[in-house]
Write a protein that binds this ligand. Structure first.
Ligand code: GAL
Length: 362
């Protein structure tokens, strides 16, 4: 038996049937009262998506009869470690963790393991530890492929058009997803860099040259401003590979302050990810071109199911047993599918799918 809940379940099993029945009584909502508490450690409130994630996971676990403790690490890895330690001390039965620095949790997750607390890695894989049980995420390489595919289609690269100028942005170097997004995108873009239909005037094409610490939009804006000043004397930017909406908004700000979006300087094709409200509005306004939508309701449901299954000695449903090696083990994963969204399909996908109302997008 993997965890403390299992031990409790064994004791309950040995008790009288009537006691067991009353212990498993119905809550007000009619869902079964399981009595456990799940600690949820989210990375930041600076981005809308993580607030949605936190709320969704809390709701799904409550619906399953759990109590929850939700904490946000404010993008500070040390703070996240002490928050997780505090959750362990308070006796949570399971942890759902979206890491800030994927390599910073080894020690505290050993403490979780010592207390028999199972860990679900949420969206971002935690690296370098045996003490992560399951991983709930999206097909992260596919996210990058969808961004690249959008650029390829919009620029007409398959029809031989070009050369075009492109600049590349990647996510935070301490987030395991970063390389998956970037590798997925480069798998499709590299042939066009090789045959020079795509040119990177800044010369910055290696992952370690294009990361954006903590996915910070202001950091991306500064980098884009620097690139415009140094590498675009006469040429103009035709496309920007951006891995995340907050970065796209920062890049857009730099471009607009360089007169892009007016007269003879149209905005480049700019990708994104997360379908955050500001970016969907920007897409509708014809500024950011695309985003990759990941249905966070599904992600929360998968992670909550995993926690519930592990706590009840059931094996969670996974669909990937090979991709996510965290350096210590291959973590069994359930990967959801992302969707490319632009001006042509946002209504159908986002409003039709109930993710936003038409009024949200006004
Ligand atoms: C990644 C996540 C992206 C985006 C980014 C910045 O880990 O997969 O969807 O949210 O963090 O928050």
């Amino acid at each position: 038996m993997r965890n403390r809940r299992s031990a409790l379940a064994a004791i309950a099993g040995a008790a009288s049937v009537s006691l067991a029945l009353s212990a498993c009584g119905k809550s007000d909502t009619g869902s079964s009262e399981k009595g456990g508490t799940v600690g949820i450690a989210m990375p930041t409130r600076a981005s809308e998506r993580w607030i949605t994630d936190g709320n969704n996971v809390v709701k799904d676990l409550k619906d399953k009869g759990y109590k929850t403790r939700l904490v946000y690490g404010d993008d500070d890895p040390d703070r996240q470690v002490s928050q997780i330690r505090d959750l362990i001390t308070r006796g949570v039965d399971a942890l759902v963790v979206a890491a800030i620095d994927n390599k910073a949790l080894d020690k505290v997750l050993q403490e979780a393991a010592d207390a028999d607390i199972p860990v679900i890695s949420y969206d971002r894989l935690i690296l370098g530890t045996q003490n992560v049980d399951y991983y709930a995420s999206f097909d992260n390489e596919q996210v990058g492929r969808l961004q690249a595919r959008y650029i390829i289609d919009r620029l007409g690269l398959e029809d031989g058009k070009g050369p075009f100028n492109i600049e590349l942005f990647a996510g935070s170097k301490d987030d395991n997803n970063t390389k998956y997004f970037f590798d997925g995108a480069m798998e499709l873009l590299q042939p066009y860099l090789d045959n020079k239909q795509l040119v990177v005037p800044s010369g910055q094409t290696a992952l370690n040259q294009v990361t954006t610490l903590r996915w910070d939009g202001a950091t991306a804006r500064k980098r884009m401003q620097g690139i415009l000043a140094k590498s675009y004397g006469i040429g103009k930017v035709d496309a920007v590979l951006s891995p995340y909406d907050g970065i796209s908004i920062g890049v857009l700000a730099a471009l607009k302050s360089d007169d892009y979006g007016s007269g003879s300087k149209p905005l480049p094709v700019i990708t994104g990810q997360d379908a955050e409200l500001a970016s969907v509005k920007s897409i509708i306004a014809g500024q950011q071109a695309q985003t990759v939508y990941k249905d966070l309701r599904q992600l929360a449901e998968v992670a909550s199911e995993m926690a519930d299954d592990v706590l009840n000695d059931r094996t969670p449903n996974v669909n990937d047993n090979s991709t996510y090696d965290n350096g210590s083990k291959v973590v069994p994963a359930y990967l959801l599918q992302p969707t490319s969204v632009d001006k042509t399909n946002y209504k159908n996908v986002l409003v039709g799918g109930g993710y936003y109302t038409a009024a949200d997008l006004k």
